[in-house]
Design a protein around this ligand. Structure first.
Ligand code: G3P
Length: 218
C-alpha cells in the first residue's frame, strides 16, 4: 500500500519524507490556498519544490472545466517535472481529458469521485489513479469505506490497472480500514500517518525497558 500525504505544506511533506514511508503527495486548489500559495507562477514553482522533496508521484490539479482548457493546463503541469500526475475532476470533459492524457502516456488522478459508476468510468478512460473521497462521504452519513470496497471488487473483476487512491482520509482508522480492503494508495494528513505508530503499551514497555537497563547498569 502506498502512502501519500495530502498537503501543500512543505514542512509536513519533509517530515513525512524523513520518516521514510512516503510514496507521494496529493494537493488540490484548497490545500494550495491554505498555504497562501496563489498566482500561477507561484503555484507551478510550488509543485516543483514538492517534487524536489519526494521521490514519488505528485498530483497537481487543473482548474479548467472544459476539455481544451484541461488539456492545455495538464500538458503544462506534466512538463514541469516527471513526477507530476495531472489531477482531473470527474466531469464529462474530465473523462475525455483522462482518455487524452492516458493515450499520450501522461499520468492522471481522477478526483472528486463519490460513486462506483464514476470510478468505473475513470478506469475505462485509463486513469492512473482514482480518488474516492471517503471522509466527505462519511460527513453526509454515507459509508466511505464501502465505496472503496465496491471499487476494489469492480476493478478486480476486470483487471483494471487504475490504482485506487483513497482520498479525504481523516484519521488512522481510515488508513487501517483502507489497507484491510485493499486500497492501492491512501492519501491523508501527517497526523493520520504518524498516528499509526502510537500505542500506550509501547510507551509503557519502553519506559520499563529503559528503567531496568538503568538499574542494571548504574
Ligand atoms: O484528497 C482529497 C482531500 O484533499 C479532501 O480532503 O478532508 O477536504 O475532505 P477533505
Amino acid at each position: 500500500m502506498k502512502f501519500f500525504i495530502d498537503t501543500a505544506n512543505l514542512d509536513q511533506i519533509r517530515e513525512a519524507q524523513q520518516l521514510g514511508v512516503l510514496d507521494g503527495v496529493t494537493t488540490n486548489p484548497s490545500l494550495m490556498a491554505k498555504e497562501g500559495i496563489t498566482g500561477k507562477e507561484n503555484i507551478l514553482k510550488h509543485y516543483v519544490d514538492i517534487c524536489s522533496i519526494v521521490e514519488g508521484d505528485v498530483s497537481a490539479e487543473v482548474v479548467s472545466t472544459d476539455f481544451e482548457g484541461m488539456v492545455k493546463e495538464g500538458e503544462e503541469l506534466a512538463a514541469l517535472h516527471e513526477q507530476i500526475v495531472v489531477k482531473v475532476p470527474m466531469i464529462k470533459d474530465g473523462v475525455k481529458a483522462l482518455k487524452y492524457f492516458s493515450d499520450k502516456g501522461i499520468k492522471t488522478n481522477c478526483t472528486l469521485v463519490f460513486s462506483p459508476g464514476q470510478a468505473l468510468l475513470a478506469a475505462k478512460a485509463g486513469a492512473t489513479y482514482v480518488s474516492p473521497f471517503i471522509g466527505r462521504l462519511d460527513d453526509i452519513s454515507t459509508d466511505g469505506l464501502n465505496l472503496i470496497a465496491e471499487i476494489r471488487t469492480i476493478y478486480d473483476n476486470y483487471g483494471f490497472e487504475t490504482q485506487i487512491l483513497a482520498a479525504s482520509v481523516r484519521h488512522t482508522m481510515h488508513v487501517i480500514d483502507c489497507a484491510k480492503i485493499g486500497s492501492d494508495v491512501m492519501t491523508g494528513p501527517l497526523s493520520a500517518i504518524e498516528g499509526l505508530l502510537k500505542h500506550p503499551l509501547t510507551d509503557i514497555g519502553l519506559e520499563k525497558f529503559l528503567a531496568d537497563y538503568k538499574k542494571g547498569n548504574s
